[in-house]
Design a protein around this ligand. Structure first.
Ligand SMILES: Nc1ncnc2c1ncn2[C@@H]1O[C@H](COP(=O)(O)OP(=O)(O)OP(=O)(O)O)[C@@H](O)[C@H]1O
Length: 330
């Protein structure tokens, strides 16, 4: 079996919660944003990450990129464990692992023109390149994302959201990284522009042999671009499956509810979104058993005490006690 390009094992990220002003002596609490995520991603493939707002998707990719320090767990990149406390190592990692963000305009420096923005990563990560070689690389990269040379001296505010996202992609890919972490890159764009940006990403992935992690809350977009999909809920993985299997036959009760809400573009097909009752648990105080128990339509008594592990169900991996035999009574 080939070694995956990216391996994540039991990754956890928590943040210090703001201290209560009314009860400053109360014990400090932590927001548990990512709670034990594991996956392997082979080179050249795309992993989609989906889930409701606040389930920890952005925190997961930012922790992998080294923007948030993981609380525990291991990340292995290209066969080597990543030490996020080692600054030199993290900097070297950044040249091979780049990121694009949700708000394309805000993620570009408003004081730099487009040429300067796309040249910046080369100045940092490829100081060995001559100024002429850098200029050529920037021109070629901007050309590939469809930005004409006559616009290179213009500033981000002069471009539309879709153009800014293309510039963001050029900035991320100019150093020819191995992996691109995409944090909701098309959520802020119009639907027609979303398709253009996704097609550019897919073309570049093919040409450059890129590996992608693609975060989105729009399941339609994710299933179009992904080879495999990770479904997150309250910072944990509920299901991890090949995209086609997840769409055709979701296994976890949460995935089923999530997919039942996706509209089908066919007037003859009627869909009935499954409404989930119950409250979300607090990320400050996670339940002992299954993270989804408070809203699960298939809840059983042992869900309150046992946290299910991801286990194989056909081609998928599912974290649900429905697929775990009940232990025999002693
Ligand atoms: N810097 C931070 N400090 C404290 N809590 C944070 C911080 N960043 C995220 N969180 C919390 O961590 C949890 C996960 O947030 P995150 O942004 O990763 O979710 P998400 O799934 O990406 O949501 P969205 O789709 O809305 O971007 C949330 O409860 C959020 O409030």
């Amino acid at each position: 079996m080939t070694t995956p390009l990216l391996s994540v094992r039991d990754l956890r990220v928590s943040f210090a919660a703001p201290q209560s002003k009314k009860w400053p002596w109360s014990p400090a609490k932590r927001v548990n944003a990512v709670n034990g995520v594991s996956f392997d991603l082979p080179a050249g493939k795309t992993l989609g990450v989906v889930g409701e707002s606040g389930c920890g998707k952005s925190t997961l990719v930012r922790a992998i990129a080294g923007l948030y320090p993981p609380t525990s767990g291991d990340v292995t990149f290209d066969g080597k464990p990543v030490d996020y406390t080692n600054r030199r190592e993290t900097n070297a990692l950044r040249s091979r692992m780049q990121m694009i963000f949700q708000d394309p305009i805000a993620s570009l420096n408003p004081r730099m023109n487009i040429r300067e923005i796309v040249t910046e990563p080369l100045r940092v990560f490829r100081p060995d390149m001559t100024a002429q070689a850098q200029k050529e690389a920037v021109r070629a990269m901007l050309d590939r994302v469809g930005i004409a040379e006559r616009n290179f001296n213009r500033y981000p505010h002069e471009f539309s959201g879709g153009q800014c996202q293309r510039i963001g992609i050029a900035r991320a890919l100019v150093t020819e990284p191995d992996i691109l972490l995409c944090d909701e890159p098309v959520s802020a764009l119009d639907v027609s522009i979303q398709a253009q940006v996704i097609n550019i990403l897919k073309e570049l992935q093919k040409d450059m042999g890129l590996t992608l992690v693609f975060v989105a809350h729009d399941l339609g977009v994710v299933r179009h671009i992904s080879d495999e999909i990770l479904v997150m809920y309250m910072g944990g993985v509920m299901e991890h499956a090949p995209a086609a299997d997840l769409v055709a036959a979701p296994q976890h009760p949460y995935t089923k509810a999530l997919f039942s809400a996706v509209p089908v573009p066919d007037p003859k097909v009627t869909t009935t979104p499954e409404v989930l009752d119950g409250d979300l648990p607090s990320p400050l105080d996670l339940p002992e058993g299954c993270l989804f128990q408070s809203r699960c339509p298939r809840r059983m008594s042992r869900c309150a005490t046992t946290r299910p592990a991801l286990r194989h169900v056909g081609q998928s991996k599912v974290a649900c006690l429905l697929y775990e035999p009940e232990p025999a009574a002693i």
